[in-house]
Design a protein around this ligand. Sequence first.
Ligand code: ADP
Ligand code: MG
Length: 438
Amino acid sequence: MSKNFKDFGLRPESLRALDEAGYTLPTPIQERALPILLDGRDLIGVAETGTGKTLAFLLPIFQTLEPDRRDPQALVVCPTRELAIQVADEAERFGRHLGVRTVLAYGGTSSGEQKRRLGEGCDLVVGTPGRLLDFLSSAWLTVRRVRFVVLDEADRMLDMGFINDVDAILRKTPMSRQTMLFSATFPDEIRRLVDRYMLHPETVRMHRGTKVTRTVDHAFYPVAARQKQQLLAELLEREQPEKFLVFTATREGTSELALALRRRRWDVISLSSLLSQANRERALTTFRRGECRALVATDVAARGLDITDIDLVVNYDVPMQPEDYVHRIGRTGRAKRLGRAITLVTEDDERRARDIERLLGEPVPRLELEGFTYEPRANPRRRGGRDRRGGGEGGGGRGTGTGRRGGRKRESRAGGSRGRGTRSDPAAPPRRAGGESA
Ligand code: ADP
Ligand code: MG
């Protein structure tokens, strides 16, 4: 039963703007989020880029907004200036008939004009964490009348090291606010925000369909951890992909692998949160235009990457969450082109590989590269460097460094120990992203 926008009791001004845009049917996330948000409840939205999240939060905000007040009534926190601008544009476009006044607050430019506009009074402030916090601290921005707070792409904010700023901003907003958080993944730091700042939130999760697209031919390649780079190099030699995407678990892994591939004369760039925003955008553009052949990235860094002509996706590291497998390999084989997806599965990844197969409801073919001299895989380690996506993406500050190193040495002699994360290990890994047990 697809609902029409008219069925949600939206304000006539909002409906008029939707109508002018030619939007009559809500997207799936809008359809599910609107009733919850219009009811005043907190919401966690899990959905991919391009699913219409912006209107999912803007329309409910507009519903009770009272234009002409001096102080802002809603605050939208975004990881990047580009996203902030997009949200503000959408707010202008759909809030036009209500007379919604939006002010942008992002860093990297002089703050004079932004301050001036804040001083004139506005209804909605959209910005990036650092600048928002600056304005809050210097009292250019007041949030005492804020009734809605949106954290857009929260995991990206975490990835970019903004989590403490976000926390500080939330702390300053009134308890009575309605809080909405959008994120594709839920590392511990995001969970902590949710626990601390959200009240009985409803979760709306949109999967793009769990099954792997028919146009993707995917396989697991079992390999010993120490041979991963070598196997990947050989595979690439054979496949000779035109344009490919390689996923690693950590940003350190990203640069390391990119370097290794470059040494083998692959024209690759790495997309890591260690890059400045400008450099990230540049890297993406280069890849999109086909000026380099491959991109090595973490899930978070590659979020929102809408590039359709990729013919090979490589999971250099098995994704932590089985759902991510589907998302990652969904980047190839689009628009009816046949895509390939290759996943390197080490001794430590077997359990996760099985989780993926369970999610898919069918086994993934396991292939061997002919002519490759395989070394035997070791017994599963208690933990490996790859087991720390949550921490690795988190911009540090969690003291995972010791854990990382500790895991490396002794484990090979841990002999009979199966099962990673055994508690006796003083350097036990941080909990898995998503807080799954087991
Ligand atoms: P997300 O934040 O999930 O990445 P956006 O909110 O930016 O996605 O929406 C992606 C695009 O889809 C935007 O151009 C937006 O205007 C458009 N859009 C949003 N809702 C609808 C709708 N109900 N019908 C048609 N287009 C829509
Ligand atoms: Mg968005």
